[in-house]
Design a protein around this ligand. Structure first.
Ligand SMILES: [Zn+2]
Ligand SMILES: [Zn+2]
Length: 356
């Protein structure tokens, strides 16, 4: 509800991509009230918001969501208004935002340690609370990250998925100069993991499935040592050839598929490290004895912490990672069906949408 007092401007309406009811589908463009900036809030005009697998899951109702809710959580934009109590953010700042912390309790053991993702009361933007496939969003100042001036707002919209890659590769996977890595699954997160590994000088092999040819070609452009289409080439014998029979030191599973999990476990050398980055969404079979016989270390990586975002800004400042070459298409939110379809059919690495 909007309530305008004497001195306040009456906000207009804006178009938004909304999940308007539970169940499969029930997504469409609707007119909603423009949000009003409170004293502790920052109002951002969205420049771009990326389409993510999570959006597809919300569309198909296979990811928890709370309709009616505006979709979209991978965004960049410009600050157009700040509340009276805000002094760390200014009008005109070019920003990206940490939407995942939109609602947290702030008091549980995980919130207090910075691991907000495990807060049972957490709700993120784009599924739990209103997201960024629209013109304006409201953020708290602590959710706002200013991007370097040389960074385009298109590139800044890659921040949310990139943060997930930063946690997986830089914070939770032990990498050493001279290592060989396997990234299995060349989706956007897998390719972002590749970029980080390449920037650290890690020889990286990328594996994909039939249908991934365009993304595997992109992997080679981003500096992969080799790209393997497991529909054409045998993963294990190719990896043995590429590593002189040794196997890889680290494997990042980014596909969320049983064959990929098994492929990573088989490709690892004894005492190698496995990081689970993809979501399978159902139980899979894999040879758990390999963890024993090879004495593998294994861990999962889900999203990121606020500290990951701080680190990501330092990585941006190095200028060593570029994202322009990952943005396949840009289109208005009214073309959302086309944008979603491009992601579903793997025609694109990343599709950005912008408000109208
Ligand atoms: Zn996402
Ligand atoms: Zn909490």
């Amino acid at each position: 509800m909007l309530q305008a007092s004497r001195n306040e401007r009456i906000s207009g309406t804006m178009k938004a991509l909304i999940k308007y009811a539970s169940g499969n589908g029930n997504v469409g463009i609707m007119d909603v009230d423009e949000p009003h900036c409170g004293p502790k809030q920052v109002k951002v005009e969205i420049a771009f918001c990326g389409v993510c697998g999570t959006d597809l899951h919300v569309l198909h109702d296979t990811f928890r969501n709370f309709p009616p809710v505006i979709l979209g959580h991978e965004f960049s934009g410009t600050v157009v208004e700040v509340g009276d109590d805000v002094d760390t953010v200014s009008v005109g700042d070019r920003i990206t935002g940490l939407g995942a912390t939109a609602v947290t309790c702030g008091e549980c053991e995980y919130c207090r340690q910075g691991y907000f993702i495990f807060c049972s009361r957490r709700r993120g933007m784009g599924h739990g609370v209103n997201g960024a496939f629209t013109r304006y969003v409201l953020l708290r100042p602590d959710q706002v990250y200013k991007v370097p001036p040389e960074f385009s707002l298109e590139e800044a919209a890659m921040s949310e998925p990139f943060a997930a890659a930063v946690q997986a590769v830089v914070e939770l996977t032990p990498t050493r100069f001279g290592d060989t890595a396997l990234v299995s699954g060349p989706g956007p997160i897998g390719l972002l993991c590749l970029k980080l590994l390449v920037a650290q000088g890690i020889k990286t092999i990328v594996a994909g499935a039939p249908g991934d040819d365009e993304r595997l070609a992109a992997a080679m452009r981003y500096g992969a040592y080799a790209a393997i289409n497991v529909g054409r080439d045998d993963l294990q014998s190719t990896i043995q050839d590429l590593t002189s029979g040794r196997g890889v030191d680290i494997a990042l599973e980014c596909a969320g598929a049983g064959a990929s999990v098994r492929g990573c476990l088989a490709a690892l050398r004894p005492m190698g490290h496995y990081t689970q980055v993809g979501i399978c969404g159902h139980d899979i079979e894999f040879p758990i004895d390999l963890i024993f016989y090879k004495q593998l270390s294994m861990r999962g990586s889900i999203t990121y912490t606020a500290n990951t975002w701080r680190r990501m800004m330092e990585i941006y400042a190095t200028g060593k990672i570029q994202f322009d070459d990952m943005i396949t298409a840009k289109m208005p939110i009214t073309d959302w069906e086309k944008a979603f379809d491009m992601c579903l059919t793997k025609q694109a690495v990343k599709v950005l949408m912008y408000p109208i």
